[in-house]
Design a protein around this ligand. Structure first.
Ligand SMILES: Nc1ncnc2c1ncn2[C@@H]1O[C@H](COP(=O)(O)OP(=O)(O)OP(=O)(O)O)[C@@H](O)[C@H]1O
Length: 264
C-alpha cells in the first residue's frame, strides 16, 4: 500500500449551523488506536458521507456519535451536541440515542408487526396517547416513503417485507423518535439497485428535517447523495470538504488516489 503523510489533512470549516462536532476524538480497541484526533463539524440539514477503504475506521467513528461503542472501545475527546459534550460519562446514552438515531447495514426490524415496530419503542419512551402513537406511526412511515406500500397491512409481520422495505421500516423506526441526527451505516449495501435508489431518494427528502451522516463504500452513492464528504485513511480524517470538491478537486494525494481508484 502507498504511504501517505498522515500528519497532514485538509478539514474544511463548514458555513452551516452545526448538528454535531467532534473535538480531539480518539478511539482505542485495546491497543488498537482506531481513530486519531478527529476534529470535524457535521452540518445541520445536510448529508455528510464518510468514505475510505475497509478498516479505515468509518463505522467506528459513526458509532461513537451516539455512544454505540461504549461497551467495546475507549473513546476519549468530546462530541458536542447542542453545547453539551455527549461523550461525558454523566450523559444518559438512551437519551442521546433519542436525539441521534442509528440505522444499521442489515435491516433489523423486530419480529413484530409493522405497526409494533414503530409503536413499541415509542411506548417505551413513555408515550401513552394512542392518537399520538398513531400519528407518529403514519408520519414516520410517510417520511421513510413506505406508507403507501404498507398502510393497508400494518398488522403484517415486518419480517414478511422485502429487504428494502425492511430497511425503510428501520429508517421509519428511527425517525418516529423525532431525532435531530440520523446515522446510517451502509444502509443500502445489502439491497438491490431499485431498493437502493428508493433509500437514496428517501434520504434526500429526509435531509430537510434531519442532519444525516452516512457511511458508504459506494463512491457513486456518496457523490450522488451527499453534500459533504470526509475521507478517512488508517483512522485519520485526511480530507473533509464539500462532496463536489472531494470528488473533483481533492486537496490531498490520498483522497485523489482513493476517489480516482488508484489507491492501495
Ligand atoms: N468491535 C471491535 N473490536 C475490536 N476491534 C474493532 C472492532 N470494530 C472495529 N475494530 C477495528 O477498528 C478498525 C476500524 O474498523 P471499522 O469497522 O471502524 O472500519 P470501517 O472503515 O468501517 O471498515 P469496513 O468498511 O470494512 O466496514 C479496524 O482495525 C477494526 O479491526
Amino acid at each position: 500500500m502507498k504511504e501517505y503523510n498522515l500528519n497532514e489533512s485538509y478539514i474544511t470549516d463548514i458555513p452551516e449551523k452545526k448538528a454535531l462536532s467532534t473535538k480531539n476524538l480518539q478511539v482505542y480497541y485495546g491497543d488498537n488506536h482506531a481513530i486519531f484526533d478527529a476534529n470535524m463539524d457535521f452540518p445541520r440539514y445536510k448529508i455528510t458521507a464518510l468514505i475510505g477503504a475497509s478498516g479505515c475506521g468509518k463505522s467506528t467513528f459513526l458509532r461513537c456519535l451516539n455512544r454505540m461503542n461504549d461497551k467495546v472501545a475507549r473513546v476519549d475527546g468530546n462530541i458536542m451536541y447542542r453545547n453539551v459534550d455527549i461523550n461525558s460519562p454523566k450523559i444518559n446514552v438512551y437519551e442521546v440515542r433519542q436525539h441521534i438515531g442509528m440505522v444499521f447495514q442489515r435491516p433489523n426490524p423486530f419480529a413484530k408487526s409493522i405497526r409494533e415496530n414503530i409503536i413499541f419503542p415509542l411506548r417505551n419512551t413513555g408515550i401513552k396517547s394512542n392518537d399520538e402513537l398513531e400519528e407518529r406511526l403514519e408520519q414516520s412511515l410517510r417520511g421513510a416513503a413506505l406508507w403507501d406500500e404498507v398502510k393497508d397491512d400494518l398488522n403484517k409481520s415486518a419480517l414478511a417485507l422485502s429487504g428494502g422495505q425492511q430497511q425503510r421500516l428501520c429508517i421509519a423506526r428511527s425517525i418516529a423518535m423525532h431525532p435531530d441526527v440520523l446515522l446510517l451505516d451502509e444502509p443500502a449495501s445489502a439491497l438491490d439497485p431499485i431498493s437502493t435508489s428508493k433509500i437514496e431518494e428517501t434520504l434526500q427528502i429526509l435531509k430537510k428535517d434531519y442532519s444525516i451522516i452516512i457511511v458508504t463504500h459506494n463512491l457513486q452513492q456518496a457523490s450522488r447523495i451527499s453534500d459533504y464528504t470526509a475521507f478517512l485513511h488508517l483512522g485519520h480524517i485526511v480530507e473533509y470538504n464539500s462532496t463536489a470538491n472531494v470528488f473533483t478537486k481533492p486537496k490531498m494525494q490520498a483522497t485523489d488516489d482513493y476517489v480516482s481508484g488508484n489507491f492501495g
